[in-house]
Write a protein that binds this ligand. Structure first.
Ligand code: ARG
Length: 284
């Protein structure tokens, strides 16, 4: 991968790190309830199309050299494809989600069972409402944690104690960007991109101070879920319509990879929502 580090405009090519991911095929994909502004149960959906878009995302990650494990989808849980919400896994410790809405509550049982049986015997469900990597994002040593729509602020303290990490709380204010991973993406150890309009003024100050060099997303790119991106430190997979962000990423030495996520967007999710990172002790 390093070999094709064609000289970037900025001169600094980035290094990809091999990741372990968990994904869930959208076999039972549907939008038959509405728990975010993107979901309209009257609009037709296609599980077949969702599966083919998901499969391409899966194959892209595998093609980049990442290890992708799979959890079986369950009938009656159409949002289970959004594996990022199932848990937060850092330092080999897994804290399973407690979903805000009843329609998704049972997903937690399946994610808990899968994690306990696949290398995380001490995985447990969080006590407070929190939606996994939808709202908890590891950046370097700290965990950025969203609240405002889904995750209870008390879950931030719970995560800080569980992981023994500093948790920085951020308040989301726009219902279209209801999870932190719809408003902010982690690109590298200390590098992020975000939608400044999605945060409260206080949270925006925190972000500006911590990440003065962050990429700021234009409204048009945020609106097509451009911030719902998966990065390995070099390759960044994001919805293909986010052309402005792709140019900004290229300028910084990243390799943006556009993905067609149109069908999953009808449920209010895209690339990052479909991918839960499994971090062992060694991977940090
Ligand atoms: N329909 C799902 C919900 O509203 C979409 C979740 C998207 N996932 C994410 N990580 N943002 O809960």
């Amino acid at each position: 991968m390093q070999a094709e580090a064609k000289s970037q405009a900025s001169g600094s090519a980035r290094t990809a790190h091999r990741r372990n991911y968990l994904m869930c095929k959208p076999t039972y994909y549907d939008v038959n309830y509405s728990i975010n502004p993107w979901m309209n149960p009257d609009k037709p959906t296609s599980a077949g199309l969702a599966v083919s878009q998901w499969q391409r995302l899966h194959d892209t990650l595998v093609g980049l050299g990442h290890e992708v494990e799979l959890i079986d989808p369950e009938p009656g849980l159409p949002d289970m494809v959004f594996a990022a919400n199932g848990a937060t896994v850092v330092d080999g410790r897994a804290l399973v989600a407690r979903f805000r809405y009843g329609q998704r509550a049972d997903e937690a049982t399946y994610y808990l069972k899968w994690l306990q049986e696949h290398g995380y015997p001490e995985a447990r469900q969080a006590e407070y409402t929190g939606e996994g990597e939808g709202d908890f994002l590891l950046v370097g040593d700290v965990i950025l944690a969203g609240s405002g729509f889904r995750t209870d602020v008390r879950a931030h303290a719970e995560a800080a104690e569980f992981f023994g990490r500093t948790v920085v709380g951020l308040t989301l204010v726009d219902p279209h960007f209801y999870h932190l991973d719809t408003a902010l993406a982690v690109l590298g150890d200390d590098d992020i991109m975000y939608n400044p309009r999605a945060f409260s003024p206080e949270s925006l100050e925190v972000l500006e101070e911590r990440y003065p060099d962050a990429i700021l997303a234009a409204e048009a790119d945020a609106a097509v879920f451009g911030l719902n991106a998966v990065s390995d430190g070099r390759n960044v997979i994001l919805p293909q319509e986010a052309v402005g962000l792709m140019a900004q990423l290229r300028e910084r030495g990243y390799e943006p990879i556009g993905a067609d996520m149109s069908e999953l967007l009808k449920a209010g999710g895209a690339s990052k929502c479909c991918v839960l990172e499994l971090r062992t002790k060694e991977s940090g």
